[in-house]
Design a protein around this ligand. Sequence first.
Ligand code: S3P
Length: 172
Amino acid sequence: MHMDDKKLPIIFIGFMGTGKSTIGDFLSLEQKLTFVDLDSYIEIKENKSIPEIFNQIGESGFRQLEYKYLKQCMSKYDVISTGGGIIENDDSLKFLKQIKHVIWLDCSIDTVYRRILNDPHRPNAKNKTKKQLKNLYLSRISRYNEIAFMKVNSEKTIKEIYDFIINHLSCG
Ligand code: S3P
């Protein structure tokens, strides 16, 4: 069955390595919805990798691009996976606050650390100790919580996470 239009768009938020792209991709395929990973969209539009963007215009420049492309994607796609730091930008936060189905994927910092350890593609994780990463995560929690319609433990299998989301969306 195709998802009711009133449930769209569905936006995935959450810290790095919590499975936003994997789940967003899976949900969109199962439900025959259009999907975009915002980081990949930014890379294609700017013709630069995320680390290159961070190097050239800094994190604040990247956050402005993220906001600009978030707005573009909102009118083009049914399901959007965002980058973990999108809530750092007040404009993006305010914008996402108006969207109903914002789903927060969350898992333990141990799992996050294992998944993103030494990933050269994530400037905000590179060279960070687990403690530093945890501090960044803790500093972001209240913002994820502020805009989330539901929080989902992403420590489970993709299918379990998917079923949980579908059940909760249909009664929401
Ligand atoms: C970032 C997370 C990344 C990406 C960029 C910054 C962050 O996305 O947007 O490297 O500050 O948490 P993922 O959450 O997909 O890793």
